[in-house]
Design a protein around this ligand. Structure first.
Ligand code: ADP
Ligand code: MG
Length: 404
């Protein structure tokens, strides 16, 4: 195996495997058959030693990674939708050793109905569009290559309750309503978002609220993280795989690795992840923020990645560690046909060139949203959270994602 500088071969004999988490209930309930089909054969072909864990209930994955001995795992791979990765990231951040734990390489294989990160990871390779099984094969191939890049992590604060960590999105209004209302159509897979969008368009409504944000600094050269165009390592570079000779099953191999820590990345030495850009939620926002006038919105969406679903490219320019939330909002007054045109344009990511006067796009480092319309729905990474004031700040490149 390729030995890392400064590590003596004699100290090297720790077995490390990939943890593959499968949610059998995700999407149309087909994730297990995806595992036993294309996923298992590709991982076997690539000699990736792994352990399959099927989740048994909501928050199972969260509890599992919160208590796991991470020195045994070279990566955690999620075969599900984005919801299971949200659990894993929050479980890692709940640990005492969160700052090392969040640097565990994470992999995503599309097995849910909302596969936004998988679609984004594929998009970052600059390959042409891929859906369904093609997307799965592409993501599986990236996993076998094993290149790891920094991943932005967003700290989300609600007016009560503990803080949440997000890797994907924060939504209010149209998009959040569609996400939650379409849960009942999950049997149709990714089509649920189309069905939900058409139904919500028929009963289009507006949402009153206040929005404020801190624009992105164009010069962020002081950032501690490594550029996304240079994947910083391979989670396999220090791992040698060889078949387990006795009692070997197709998904069990033995691996040796030189290091037990994800210690080769540059990170600031903070004791705690401090949200230095946010004021307490009851106080006014800092003076360098932009405050939008109180108004009626159709949707407010902030996302870290290019895709919000397999066929919804909401921010084509996003990169996994650009340090930005890509904030899109649509103000009241837009007609139904114009809104439908925007969503259709999002299939190819051309909506920002539509010159729709109701659509705004900003790259921001932090934001605050205060809904006035009640009741309502806010989602973080597609999961419904407490409804009320919410604010968020991006932490550039704090996580790790296996991505081409
Ligand atoms: P989808 O894209 O289909 O929504 P997700 O990965 O987002 O797939 O998972 C949906 C939800 O299922 C998540 O909130 C997750 O916590 C929950 N979950 C995970 N495992 C199980 C299980 N075995 N049974 C029921 N729900 C589960
Ligand atoms: Mg989901």
């Amino acid at each position: 195996p390729a030995l890392r500088e400064g590590i003596e071969p004699s100290r090297v004999c720790v077995s490390r495997r990939v943890m593959v988490l499968v949610n059998p209930q995700s999407g149309r309930g087909q994730a297990m058959s995806l595992y036993t089909g294309p996923v298992l054969s590709m991982l076997t072909e690539a000699n990736i030693s792994h352990t399959l864990i099927t989740t048994e209930h909501q928050n199972h994955a969260r509890e599992l990674v919160r208590n796991a001995d991470l020195s045994q795992w070279s990566a955690i791979v999620i075969l599900s939708g984005d919801g299971l990765l949200f659990e894993v990231i929050n479980g890692l951040m709940e640990r005492e050793d969160w700052d090392a734990a969040i640097r565990t390489p994470l992999g995503i294989l599309p097995g849910g109905s909302g596969n936004a990160l998988a679609a984004s990871v594929h998009h970052y390779t600059q390959a042409g569009p891929a859906l369904g099984e093609d997307l799965l094969l592409s993501c599986c191939f990236l996993l076998c290559k094993g290149l790891v890049s920094p991943l932005d992590i967003v700290s989300v604060r609600l007016s009560s309750g503990p803080r949440l960590f997000s890797f994907l999105s924060l939504a209010w209004g149209f998009v959040a309503d569609v996400d939650i209302e379409s849960e009942k159509f999950r049997q149709v897979g990714a089509m649920r978002f189309l069905v939900g969008t058409l139904l919500r368009l028929a009963s289009l409504r507006t949402y009153q609220g206040r929005l404020a944000f801190l624009s992105a600094r164009d010069d962020d050269s002081n950032s501690p993280s490594i550029s996304s165009s240079h994947p910083c390592s391979s989670f396999r570079s220090s791992v040698q795989c060889k078949p387990h000779m006795q009692g070997q099953t197709s998904n069990q191999h033995e691996c040796t690795s030189e290091s037990t820590h994800h210690d080769h990345f540059l990170l600031p030495k903070n004791d705690r992840l401090v949200d230095d850009l946010l004021n307490p939620i009851g106080d006014p926002v800092p003076t360098d923020w932009t405050i939008e006038k109180e108004q009626d919105f159709v949707l407010v969406l902030a996302t870290c990645h290019s895709h919000l679903a397999e066929e919804l490219m909401v921010s084509p320019g996003a990169r996994p560690d650009d340090g930005h939330l890509h904030l899109l909002y649509v103000t009241a007054g837009i007609s139904r046909p114009a809104l439908l045109r925007l969503f259709l344009a999002m299939e190819k990511g051309t909506h920002l060139t539509c010159e729709c006067p109701h659509l705004r796009y900003r790259r921001v480092q932090a934001l605050r949203l205060e809904p006035i319309t009640k009741p309502g729905v806010i989602t973080v990474d597609g999961e419904q959270v407490e409804y009320g004031p919410i604010q968020a700040q991006v932490h550039k490149g704090y996580g790790r994602i296996i991505c081409g």
